[in-house]
Design a protein around this ligand. Structure first.
Ligand SMILES: [Fe+2]
Length: 384
């Protein structure tokens, strides 16, 4: 099918990659100003925060550390981190960890340059000024928040996850250092890696794909196919872990331009009602949505099979496309990910309400196959 002819491609972030590349952090921070490290206590406990502090000490950059970020951070967490930022008179921010610390770092940057309460900046187009220098350092390989214009705020009352959307919040730099991911357990690495695969796959097949995003997404899918299982196999696979960090960032570069598809519409709806890890929900839902979308993008799905490691010699296009779905199921089995959302706590009685919420997502509008409420209910019924 023809590509869209009118599109932007943006990537304001400088990416630095390689084992030990955390040593480059001081290059992006203003000399003579204190920086605020935003992270979580898990990374403090395994010594990752100390590694970052060691680099700052060696460069003579003073710092404060806010290590109280939990998963799905609410506004109170962002405001607490921002109070620390102002009390310590910081001039730059380092987000260290998974999606949650990086997103809090972005939102503290918004408050540092705009003031007020973080809720005022939810939605698109509300962040108008440049943020203080912000460096994001991922220690998982899923969200790609180090290159995206998104930060997600959790609303514990409504259980909604509301995004701030602005290219102003894309970090100045992202540092991809596999040596900082050594403490990532396979139970987290598997689902987060499948989240990265879902980002790339949804971007590659959706209605908004462009020649640039397709190329990036395809490379990311190949990297996940070759490296995710190995990266999860043990703590010492630095090469595979580094490749997964690249895959995660590339997948995010692609979906930042194109949005996603039905998988994310469904996982956000499920995550709003049940305590289910975002990557785990995506991993489980992905093969069901692939089956649904197959007929709209047969050749693209056939191409995925080869990238995921399937020998497609002698297969028809349809057979190769179906083999891609089966290979995603096999990846889930290898990574210990269940086949059904029900095994992760999602209840069948919520199918109708989850489908209704999912249909409101902008990701459904760009899904390659037109999706009705009835389709969405059937997708949930299959996946639960
Ligand atoms: Fe995701």
């Amino acid at each position: 099918m023809p590509f869209r002819t009118l599109f932007d491609f943006r990537l304001p972030t400088c990416l630095v990659h390689g084992p030990g590349s955390i040593s480059r952090l001081p290059e992006f921070l203003p000399a003579g100003q204190k920086t605020l490290i935003i992270t979580d206590q898990g990374l403090r406990a395994v010594g990752v925060v100390d590694k970052v502090i060691g680099v700052l000490d060696a460069a003579g950059i003073s710092y404060a550390c806010f290590d109280e970020v939990l998963g799905n951070p609410p506004a109170s967490c962002v405001q607490a981190a921002y109070r620390r930022y102002t009390r310590e008179k910081c001039g730059s921010i380092v987000g260290l960890g998974g999606g949650s610390p990086m997103d809090v770092a972005k939102m503290v940057g918004v408050l540092a340059s705009h003031g007020g309460q973080v809720e005022a900046y939810l939605g698109a187009g509300k962040v108008l000024k440049n943020l203080p220098p912000l460096v994001c350092i991922p220690t998982t390989y899923g969200t790609g928040s180090e290159v995206t214009p998104f930060a997600v705020l959790n609303n514990p009352k409504t259980k909604n996850k509301d995004p701030i959307i602005s290219w102003k919040i894309a970090p100045l730099a992202g540092i991809l250092d596999a040596e900082l991911c050594v403490a990532l357990p396979a139970s987290v690495g598997g689902p987060t890696g499948m989240d990265a695969l879902t980002h790339a796959l949804e971007s590659y097949t959706n209605l908004m794909a462009t020649p640039i995003t397709e190329g990036i997404a395809l490379s990311a899918i190949g990297l996940v196919g070759r490296n995710l299982r190995l990266a999860c196999a043990n703590d010492h696979e630095l090469e595979a872990t580094g490749q997964m960090l690249i895959a995660s960032a590339m997948a995010a570069m692609a979906f930042s331009q194109t949005r996603l598809g039905n998988v994310h519409a469904m996982s956000h709806a499920a995550g709003g009602q049940f305590e289910i890890h975002h990557g785990l929900a995506n991993a489980i839902i992905l093969p069901y949505v692939m089956e649904f979308n197959l007929q709209a993008r047969l050749e693209k799905f056939a191409k995925l099979a080869g990238l995921l490691g399937v020998n497609t010699a002698g297969m028809s296009t349809r057979q190769a496309a179906e083999a891609a779905v089966e290979e995603v199921r096999q990846m889930n089995r290898d990574l210990g990910i269940p086949a059904k959302l029900g095994e992760a706590g999602v209840k069948a009685k919520a199918i109708a309400s989850m489908a209704e919420v999912a249909m409101k997502s902008g990701n459904v509008a760009v899904n390659p196959r037109r999706t009705t409420l009835r389709d969405m209910e059937q997708l949930f019924a299959a996946a639960v």
